[in-house]
Write a protein that binds this ligand. Structure first.
Ligand code: CTP
Ligand code: MN
Length: 768
C-alpha cells in the first residue's frame, strides 16, 4: 500500500508493506520520492516508529509541538540512535548513565515532561473508528458542468481553477449569443426607461484631471440593458445631455441597478445632479455574500459568476491597472460598445444570481435595509468632506521641523559625527561599526535598523530613543503634513476621503486617500493632527461615540449574565479592568489607564495569549495568565461563547453577525496550527465587530434620513468605526445632538442598553 502525502510526519507509518510517497521540488520541478522501512533505516539509521521519538525531542513549530529546548534535528537523531527511545533516554539519565554534559544535560533533565508530551503529540493516532472501506473512496467519473455550477454557487473560486474547470473542457458561452447590441435614439431609450420604471446600466467615463473634482472622471456614455428583449444599447452622453441624466437619475421612481453606485453618486453630483432611486449594486451584493472577495471589479465578477470568455477583449485592449470600477477610456475609443453591452448584460445576470443567493442566506434585509441605503450616506459624506485649516497645518509642520532639527543635533552629538539619519546604511554604520552596538539582524544590503531592532537596542544606548522619536516625527510630517496637503481640494478647501463599503472582511467601513480612521490617538503629537480639522465659520462639530459598543454586543450575543448585569447597572467594564490590572481603586483610574485596559478587554475576548497580553501591558507572563483566567471565570458565558463559536464555525465553515452578514473561514480547516489559530480569532471577532459595524450603519442611515426629513443643513462628515461626526450649524446644534443620541441608541434593541456619548467642539481634537 502507498500513502501519498506531503507531510513527512507520515514516515512513522512506513513498514515493509506500507510505502510513503512524498513530493519534493528539485530545480523547480516537483518529483516524488518513496520511503519504506528499508529506506528509512538507510537514511536515518532508525526504525520508522523511532522517528516519533526524534520529533519528541526536536519538536515542530509548525504543529506547535514544543520538543526539548535547545535540541535540534541533529542532536535528536543522535540521541535516539544512541538510546533507542525517549523512555530509554530518561531511564539512563535518571540512573546517571547517560553521560551528558553542560547545557545539554540541563535541557534534557529539566524538560522530561515536555519530551513525553511532544512524543504523544507527534504520534499519529491509528485507532480512529472508520467504517468506510477503501472501495468507498474510489474515484469515479464526475459531471464537470454540474460541479462547476455548484462551485460557482458556493463561490469556490480556487477550486474551479484547481480542477481546471475554467479551462478548455468547459465550453465558454459566446457573449454574442447572450445579448444583442442595438441602435436606438436617446429619446426612445428614455421613454422605455420611464415606462419600465427600472434601468440596468453600465456607465462609461473618461478621465478629467480638473483638480477641483473629487472623482477625476466624467460620464461620456451609458450602456443600458433591456431585460425584456435581452438587448443592449449604448447612448453617448455629451456635454449638452445633462437633461437626459437628470430625467433618469433624479427620478426616484426609476429603480437603478449597476456597479459601484457610490462613484456614480459623486460623478452625478459633480454635474449638479442628485442621484435618487438606487436599487441594486452588484459590487455590494457580491461582497455581502463573500466579504473576503473584496472590492469586486466588473471583470472579477464576470469571472466569478458567469461562464463567459473575456479574453477576446483583453487581447485588444491591455488591462488597465487601476482601482476604479468603471473603465476610463479615451474619448475616441468609447466606440468599444460591444464590451459595455456585455457588461450591462452581466450586471443584469449577476443581479439575478446574487439576489437569489441573498435570499438563500437570509441576507436580504441586510442588503436592502442596511447596505444599499448606506451607499448614499457614505457618498454624501465624501461629497461633504472635512474642512482643513491650512494655517494650522503649516504651523504644525513648522513645529515638527523644529523638533526634528533639535533631535538631529542631539543625535549627531551622541554619535560623535554628522550623518544622514534617514539613510539606513549610514545609520547602520554609525550604530554597529562606530558605536559597536550588538548586531541584531542583518539584511542583504547591510545592517537592519528597523523598528524591531531598535526596540531591542533601547537599553544599550540612549541614542536609540532619540532615533525612534526622530523616525516617528518624520513619519508624522510626511503622512500628515505633506501628505494631507495634497488631498485638500483647491475649491472646497476640504479633504474628501473615500469611505469604502466593500473592503473589510468584517463589514466595517474603511477609509483611504487619506485614511482618516487611523490618525494616531496614543501619543500627544500624533493626536495634534486632529487640530487641523475644523468646522467652517459659524458651524460646530458634534461628535458621537458609542460607549463600549463591542462589549455590549458581546454581552448580548454570549448571554453572559454577569456582563449583562454590569451594563444594566451602568458599569464601565474598561474602568473595572483598569482598576484590576493597575491595582487602583476604581474612582482613581485615569483616562490613560482606562484606555490601556481596552487592550485587555479586546485582547481577552478575542483570544489573545498570555504572552501577547504580557507584551502589550509590559507585565509578567504569569500575571497575564492569572488575569485572563480570572477574567474568563468572572465572565464564564463569554468563555463558553468563544469556544462554541469556534466549534460551530469549524463545522459550518462560516460565522454570521446578528444581521446575517456572513464570513467564510476556510482557515479553520488548515493543517497549519497558526493558520487555524488565526481562523479561531476571526470566528470570535467577526460576529462581534461585524454586528457593531451593522449597528453603526443603521444609526448613520437614521441620522442621515432624519436630517433630510427635517430639512436641516448640518452634515455628516466622518465615521470612525463606532464614532460619527457632524458639522452642524450653530442654530441646529441642539436638534442634531438629540437626533444623534436618539438614532444611535435606538439603532437596535439589545438585552443591554446602547449608549452614545455626545460631545461638541471647534475642532476634532477637542471632541470628547
Ligand atoms: N479598539 C481595539 N483596541 C483598543 C481600542 C479600540 O481593538 N485598544 C477597537 C475596538 O474594536 C473598539 C473600537 O476600536 O470597539 C472603538 O474604540 P473605542 O471607542 O475607544 O472603544 P469603546 O469600547 O467604545 O470605549 P469607549 O467607551 O471609550 O468609547
Ligand atoms: Mn467607543
Amino acid at each position: 500500500m502507498t500513502i501519498l502525502s506531503g507531510d513527512r510526519d507520515t514516515f512513522q507509518l512506513a513498514t515493509d508493506k506500507i510505502t510513503i510517497r512524498i513530493p519534493h521540488t528539485k530545480g523547480g520541478k516537483t518529483e516524488t520520492e518513496e520511503y519504506n522501512r528499508e529506506k528509512i533505516r538507510e537514511k536515518y539509521g532508525l526504525e520508522p516508529q523511532q522517528l516519533i521519538d526524534v520529533k519528541g525531542l526536536q519538536g515542530d513549530t509548525s504543529d506547535n509541538i514544543p520538543g526539548v529546548p535547545g535540541v535540534g534535528e541533529k542532536t535528536a537523531l543522535a540521541f535516539i540512535q544512541k538510546f533507542g527511545s525517549i523512555e530509554n533516554l530518561y531511564e539512563k539519565v535518571e540512573k546517571g548513565e547517560a553521560e551528558l554534559k553542560g547545557k545539554q544535560k540541563e535541557n534534557i533533565e529539566n524538560n522530561k515532561e515536555l519530551a513525553f508530551l511532544s512524543k504523544e503529540l507527534g504520534t499519529i493516532n491509528l485507532s480512529v473508528p472508520i467504517s468506510d472501506t477503501l472501495e468507498d473512496f474510489k474515484v469515479e467519473e464526475w459531471d464537470k458542468p454540474k460541479v462547476l455550477e455548484l462551485f460557482r454557487e458556493l463561490n469556490f473560486n480556487r477550486y474551479m481553477e484547481r480542477f481546471s474547470l475554467r479551462g478548455e473542457d468547459i465550453k465558454k458561452e459566446n457573449p454574442k449569443d447572450l445579448y444583442k447590441m442595438v441602435d436606438k435614439s436617446k429619446q426612445e431609450v428614455i421613454e422605455l426607461i420611464k415606462e419600465q420604471k427600472r434601468v440596468i446600466f453600465y456607465v462609461n467615463t473618461v478621465e478629467d484631471k480638473n483638480p477641483e473634482k473629487i472623482i477625476k472622471e466624467r460620464i461620456v456614455g451609458l450602456t443600458i440593458f433591456n431585460e425584456m428583449t435581452q438587448e443592449a444599447v449604448y447612448i453617448a452622453i455629451n456635454k449638452e445631455d445633462k437633461k437626459i441624466l437628470q430625467t433618469i437619475f433624479e427620478d426616484e421612481t426609476i429603480k437603478k441597478t449597476s456597479i459601484d453606485l457610490t462613484k456614480l453618486y459623486l460623478l452625478l453630483k459633480q454635474e449638479g445632479i442628485d442621484f435618487k432611486g438606487m436599487d441594486y449594486d452588484i459590487a455590494i451584493s457580491s461582497y455581502i455574500l463573500n466579504p473576503t472577495n473584496n472590492k469586486p471589479s466588473m471583470e472579477k465578477l464576470i469571472e466569478q459568476y458567469l461562464n463567459i470568455d473575456l479574453q477576446e477583449w483583453e487581447e485588444e485592449e491591455p488591462k488597465q491597472q487601476q482601482m476604479n470600477l468603471f473603465d476610463t477610456v479615451p474619448e475616441e475609443k468609447s466606440g468599444k460598445q460591444e464590451k459595455y453591452g456585455l457588461y450591462s448584460y452581466a450586471i443584469s445576470k449577476i443581479r439575478e444570481i446574487t439576489s437569489k443567493q441573498l435570499e438563500e442566506t437570509g441576507a436580504q434585509s441586510l442588503f436592502y435595509e442596511i447596505e444599499m441605503p448606506t451607499i448614499e450616506v457614505l457618498s454624501n459624506m465624501q461629497w461633504n468632506g472635512m474642512y482643513v485649516d491650512q494655517k494650522e497645518l503649516e504651523q504644525f509642520g513648522k513645529e515638527l521641523t523644529e523638533k526634528l532639527e533639535t533631535l538631529t543635533k542631539i543625535i549627531y552629538e551622541m554619535a560623535g559625527q554628522e550623518f544622514n539619519i534617514n539613510s539606513p546604511k549610514q545609520l547602520g554604520e554609525v550604530l554597529f561599526e562606530k558605536m559597536k552596538l550588538p548586531i541584531i539582524k542583518k539584511t542583504k544590503s547591510g545592517y537592519s535598523t528597523d523598528v524591531d531592532v531598535l526596540e531591542k537596542l533601547k537599553r544599550e544606548d540612549p541614542i536609540i530613543e532619540q532615533i525612534l522619536e526622530y523616525r516617528q516625527l518624520m513619519k508624522l510630517n510626511s503622512t500628515y503634513v505633506e501628505g494631507l496637503k495634497q488631498y485638500i481640494n483647491p475649491k472646497t478647501k476640504r479633504i474628501h476621503s473615500f469611505f469604502h463599503q466593500t473592503i473589510t472582511a468584517t463589514g466595517r467601513i474603511s477609509s483611504t486617500e487619506p485614511n482618516l480612521q487611523n490618525i494616531p490617538t496614543r501619543f500627544e503629537l500624533g493626536k495634534r493632527v486632529r487640530k487641523v480639522f475644523k468646522p467652517e465659520e459659524g458651524k460646530i462639530y458634534i461628535d458621537s461615540d458609542y460607549s463600549q459598543i463591542e462589549l455590549r454586543v458581546l454581552a448580548h450575543i454570549s448571554q453572559d449574565n454577569n456582563m449583562i448585569q454590569a451594563f444594566k447597572e451602568g458599569q464601565d467594564i474598561h474602568k473595572q479592568a483598569a482598576s484590576k490590572v493597575f491595582k487602583t481603586p476604581i474612582e482613581e483610574v485615569t483616562k490613560e489607564q482606562r484606555s490601556d485596559a481596552k487592550a485587555v478587554n479586546f485582547g481577552i475576548v478575542y483570544g489573545i495569549s498570555d504572552f501577547g497580553l504580557a507584551e502589550q501591558l509590559g507585565i509578567l507572563r504569569k500575571k497575564a495568565k492569572e488575569y485572563i483566567t480570572e477574567y474568563l471565570e468572572q465572565y464564564a458565558g463569554i468563555k463558553a461563547f468563544m469556544e462554541g463559536i469556534t466549534e460551530k464555525a469549524t463545522e459550518e465553515g462560516f460565522v454570521e453577525t446578528l444581521f446575517h452578514r456572513r464570513r467564510y473561514i476556510p482557515e479553520l480547516k488548515s493543517s497549519n496550527y497558526n493558520v487555524r489559530q488565526f481562523g479561531a480569532r476571526v470566528a470570535m471577532n467577526t460576529p462581534i465587530q461585524g454586528t457593531a459595524a451593522d449597528i453603526m450603519k443603521i444609526a448613520m442611515i437614521k441620522v442621515y434620513q432624519e436630517i433630510q426629513k427635517r430639512g436641516l443643513h448640518s452634515k455628516i462628515v466622518l465615521q470612525v468605526h463606532d464614532e460619527m461626526m457632524i458639522e452642524a450649524l450653530e442654530e441646529e446644534k441642539e436638534e442634531i445632538r438629540e437626533i444623534m443620541k436618539q438614532s444611535m441608541e435606538s439603532a437596535i434593541a439589545l438585552q443591554v442598553p446602547l449608549i452614545a456619548e455626545i460631545s461638541e467642539a471647534k475642532n476634532w481634537y477637542d471632541c470628547k
